[in-house]
Design a protein around this ligand. Structure first.
Ligand code: ADP
Length: 159
């Protein structure tokens, strides 16, 4: 069984993330979306909220699971008996950081492979931080996040 882990902060999950989840679910037997509980990174949405949003959005995808994790990503990957980490790549600006992370994870766990999926062009400008910013300023985020969680997100971000 081919299992991949798709990690991130998902603060909140966007249409760009959802696109990567759907495409991964077609390539792997199981996708585990791993929501980081990184205490040094302050998030707007709680871990529980971030997990629940993704669960709601992926409800109809039978081979997608959602969990939170803390500590080293490679340890979580091993615990889940997976050996692939999936990451999305938007622009050149993502490359340096992702290259560094993938290299370090490879050093820590040589049997775990990181694979990159190019973002769909229409989501290449999209990030959780832009959603938070537009939402906080009262702008429309309708085409940026999945419809089923739109209201919950708007509610929390609204000024
Ligand atoms: P963000 O950078 O939006 O805060 P995360 O840290 O939650 O997102 O990112 C988790 C993963 O999803 C990363 O691999 C990131 O590159 C990828 N990702 C984020 N936004 C998009 C997008 N619009 N299209 C494709 N991949 C994306």
């Amino acid at each position: 069984m081919k299992i991949c882990i798709y990690p991130g902060s998902f603060d909140p999950v966007t249409n760009g993330h959802y696109d990567i989840i759907k495409r991964s679910a077609q390539l792997f037997d199981k996708v585990i979306v791993a929501v980081g509980q990184n205490s040094s990174k302050k998030t707007v949405f709680s871990t529980e909220e971030r997990v629940q949003f993704i669960k709601k959005v992926t409800e109809h995808l039978p081979n997608v699971e959602v969990e939170s994790f803390s500590g080293l990503l490679v340890d979580f990957v091993k615990e889940k008996r997976a050996n692939v980490i999936v990451k999305g790549l938007r622009a050149v600006s993502d490359f340096e950081y992702e290259f560094q992370m993938a290299s370090m994870n490879h050093k820590l766990a040589p049997n775990i492979e990181t694979i990159f999926m190019m973002t769909s062009i229409k989501y290449s400008y999209l990030s959780s931080s832009i959603v938070r910013e537009v939402g906080r300023l009262g702008g429309c985020i309708q085409s940026l996040v999945p419809e089923v969680i739109l209201e919950d997100i708007q509610e929390k971000l609204r000024p």
